[in-house]
Design a protein around this ligand. Structure first.
Ligand SMILES: NC(=O)c1ccc[n+]([C@@H]2O[C@H](COP(=O)([O-])OP(=O)(O)OC[C@H]3O[C@@H](n4cnc5c(N)ncnc54)[C@H](OP(=O)(O)O)[C@@H]3O)[C@@H](O)[C@H]2O)c1
Length: 328
């Protein structure tokens, strides 16, 4: 049983704590909730009592200095990931860091190099890469049921106009790094790395993207992906895979719940539901814990090379959109 700790007692931390409690109650004891750390001891104690966590720390430093912790889950706004992952590695802790892994590729490379040098495990918790629906979607495409997949369209948007971390450049705000990342990963998992990328966006008064569109082109194979994300509106969250003989509709690219296959006459010919989930976060926890147990420093579902690729991709999209964070 690995000792799992949560750094930052915010909203996604609650989902992770629920996940681990559910894993344990269903008999999966690969990790146990050993500690939570918050900048506020009161908040940390409240969180620990709600989720039945052994230790509640009122500072992140106390967590870094606890030698019993095997794996730290970083659950803070994007701009803090780099420093907090670095501190974990410096204190010999393995790390599962929320998406986006860091703010840019430079930070990501430094962390991955440090993990390799120290032989510690680190990964990005982009949950859709670890979920079984990824393989199910792949298998459907490989079966040839829609012919050749030629065009992917996907979107993800929520009204997040009241979420501080989305709006502020100093918190690495914007739709791209927060929700656009799911559309980019969706297309990348299906079509691979594009030859060209074009993008545009609408910015808020502070200069971060509130809505954006990104187009991938694959020159040799004539494939395309058209992706959009927004912090201003509720989107249908569909991911569509258009093929030469039909198409696949994936419901909710931010945690796929089902896929529907249609033929070229628009008849629904197949529907597959996602396997029942605890919360959808159990897969990344399980894969991380298994990797640590066998001495791996990365997960096969999101190898370090792919983390770097995706961070570099988002850097280049931000460069096209003219978005630079104040600390860059
Ligand atoms: N995988 C998913 O589906 C998913 C969903 C939502 C979010 N996320 C990711 O999870 C991360 C956290 O998101 P969230 O919605 O949970 O964030 P949040 O609730 O706004 O903040 C999480 C915690 O970070 C610390 N924090 C927040 N604002 C801070 C500030 N201005 N200065 C210093 N510390 C601050 C706080 O920890 P303490 O006060 O406890 O110290 C807070 O409780 C983000 O990177 C996001 O992309 C992932």
């Amino acid at each position: 049983m690995l000792n799992f700790a949560i750094l930052g007692a915010g909203s996604i931390a609650r989902v992770m704590a629920t996940t681990i409690n559910k894993m344990n109650s269903s008999g999966n004891n690969i990790v146990k909730l050993a500690a939570v750390a918050s900048r506020s001891l009161d908040k940390s104690k409240l969180f620990a009592s709600e989720f039945n966590i052994e230790k509640a720390y009122g500072s992140y430093d106390e967590l870094y200095n606890d030698p019993s912790i095997d794996l730290v889950y970083i659950a803070t706004p994007h701009n803090f990931h780099y420093e907090q992952c670095k501190s974990c590695l410096q204190h010999k802790k393995n790390v599962l860091c929320e998406k986006p892994f860091t703010v840019n590729v430079k930070q990501a490379k430094e962390l991955l190099d440090m993990a390799a040098e120290k032989k510690l495990f680190i990964t990005e918790g982009i949950w859709t890469r670890y979920q079984p629906m990824r393989r199910i979607i792949d298998d459907e495409i490989k079966s040839g049921i829609i012919g050749h997949p030629m065009m992917v369209t996907a979107n993800l948007g929520y009204n997040m106009t009241r979420k501080e971390r989305l709006l502020k450049p100093e918190l690495a705000g914007g739709a791209l790094l927060d929700v656009g990342i799911y559309a980019l990963n969706f297309a990348n998992m299906i079509l691979g790395d594009p030859d060209e990328v074009d993008s545009s966006c609408i910015k808020n008064a502070s200069g971060v993207d509130m809505s954006n569109s990104v187009t991938f082109t694959y020159k040799d194979t004539a494939k395309m992906a058209v992706l959009c994300s927004s912090a201003l509106c509720v989107s249908d969250r569909f991911g569509m895979i258009h093929g030469s003989e039909g198409f696949i509709m994936v419901e909710n690219i931010n945690n796929p719940q089902s896929l529907k296959v249609f033929d070229k006459a628009y008849n629904l010919i197949k529907e597959i539901k996602a396997p029942e989930q605890l919360t959808g976060f159990e897969y990344e926890v399980e894969e991380s814990a298994k990797a640590i147990k066998i001495g791996e420093i990365q997960c096969s579902s999101m190898p370090h090379e792919k983390i770097l690729y995706m961070m570099n991709l988002m850097d280049s999209i931000r460069a096209q959109m003219g978005i630079k964070y104040p600390f860059e």
